[in-house]
Design a protein around this ligand. Structure first.
Ligand code: LLP
Length: 424
């Protein structure tokens, strides 16, 4: 994480002191490094250079859908993986190209399919026969042909948190691998869909390569079976899922390690190599962002200490939802402050409202702290629970900082609602 460093104990992102971000925009606040995001993307792009078709990086918009993040990735040439028409509109608003979009998700609704066909997206990753029929119907009504892949569920355990595993038979995602060939045959007979690829995504925050490679073997087997039946697959979409290092005992493989294994597997099998698509979210943006928050005060009880901060589960849900670990540090590291052990908690009325447990920190009332690894699945999972305003987002580029989403106000929240049944 070279974009975060200390200058005489003071934490900086690129060339900007985090204390100056807090001074200018207040807390809680998400702060992202532009070069962090770019590095994340470029690693994948480089790791795919060997692909005959050049490979495609389709950034998973759900990880961080701020328009400025999408726009900087679009400028680098990134494609996008979306799961809703809302995400599609974000990509387009940010200057992304519709033709570089892959549409995933278990249920794409009719209006979403229509919009995606209008902007001529690259591919629909189909997750059920019913969805295939709906895509055929909508495409026919628009006199268009929809490019499709089937998302296959290979029934492989990604060895991650159960809530973010997606490739097991008990998960709702994809088409069972043993039924995939039949569904492909059915798709091949439909006049308004065109088979272009095959897809798989088995989960997120995956820390070992084995399950990913096992899934790839399953997909390669299917590609061969389909070839024997005269169905050509132009690309394999291997999904996202590579983990990041939230704590020192997590050692995820790098994109280049992972993709060089994929390359060897493909070369072993045939000369006729399909193009590779990846859909990473977390591994591009997680480490490029922090949540900057202030310790309102330290609350001591006879049992333990709590650092009560101005951020909460409504700003960063991962610790509460998955028991996820995020490293926490003071912005100003001061040896002279006594280290305390505390639970870092928010003001929300839930005992599950914590950002960290049993952390040893040199902090006192009023100090700023940062929560690392917050660039992915941070702001985008925030909520208004307890009528809290969503935090601001700031993007840093060298010595410049820019507010890329203003802090919500209570007015923003109230204007969506009525005070009485009959009012307009
Ligand atoms: N492609 C598909 C079809 C996906 O469902 C996902 C993530 C991705 C790509 C991107 O996966 P990544 O590279 O980011 O692991 N909220 C959870 C993560 C949910 C991931 C859902 N799908 C968390 O905070 O850990």
């Amino acid at each position: 994480m070279s974009w975060f460093s200390r200058l005489e104990g003071q934490l900086k992102v690129e060339d900007v002191l985090l204390s100056s971000v807090a001074e200018k925009y207040g807390t809680p606040c998400y702060v992202y490094s532009r070069s962090g995001c770019e590095t994340g993307y470029n690693e994948y792009k480089k790791a795919l250079e060997w692909c005959p078709g050049g490979g495609r990086v389709c950034y998973a918009v759900k990880a961080n859908s701020n328009l400025s993040i999408l726009s900087l990735l679009a400028d680098l040439g990134s494609g996008f993986e979306i799961v809703s028409v809302g995400e599609l509109e974000r990509v387009l608003a940010a200057g992304g190209e519709g033709q570089k979009v892959v549409f995933c998700g278990v249920c794409k609704e009719e209006h979403e399919i229509r919009r995606a066909l209008e902007v001529e997206i690259f591919c629909f990753n189909v997750e059920s026969e019913k969805e295939l029929e709906l895509i055929q119907k909508v495409a026919e009504s628009m006199k268009k042909v929809a490019p499709i892949s089937l998302r296959v569920n290979p029934d492989i355990d990604p060895r991650t948190h159960p809530y973010i595993s997606t490739g097991l038979k008990e998960n709702k995602f994809g088409i069972e691998s043993k039924k995939a060939v039949l569904v492909y045959q059915k798709a091949a007979a439909l006049p308004n869909v065109k088979i272009i690829g095959i897809a798989c995504h088995i989960g997120s925050q995956i820390l070992t390569m084995e399950p990913l490679l096992e899934a790839f073997d399953c997909i390669m087997g299917l590609v061969q079976e389909l070839k024997d039946l005269g169905i050509t697959i132009n690309h394999i979409d291997i999904g996202g899922g590579l983990g990041v290092q939230y704590s020192n005992d997590e050692n995820p493989p790098s994109p280049s390690e992972y993709l060089s294994r994929i390359k060897s597997k493909l070369l072993e099998k045939s000369r006729d190599i399909p193009d590779i698509i990846v859909q990473p979210g977390r591994s591009i943006v997680a480490e490029a962002g922090v949540l900057l928050t202030r310790v309102n005060f330290i609350k001591e009880t006879s049992n333990k200490s709590f650092a009560v901060i101005d951020a909460s589960m409504t700003d960063l849900l991962r610790p509460s939802l998955y028991g996820a670990y995020h490293k926490i540090e003071p912005v100003d590291y001061d040896e002279n402050k006594t280290e305390i052990e505390c639970d870092v908690v928010g003001p929300v009325c839930e005992s599950g409202d914590f950002i960290g447990k049993k952390r040893r920190l040199r902090i006192i009332d009023g100090d700023l702290i940062v929560v690392y690894g917050a660039g992915a699945y941070g702001h985008c999972m925030s909520s208004n629970y307890n009528s809290r305003n969503r935090p601001a987002e700031v993007l840093v580029d060298g010595n410049k900082m820019k507010l890329v989403r203003r802090r919500e106000t209570i007015r923003d929240q109230l204007q969506l609602e009525l005070t009485e049944f009959n009012s307009q």
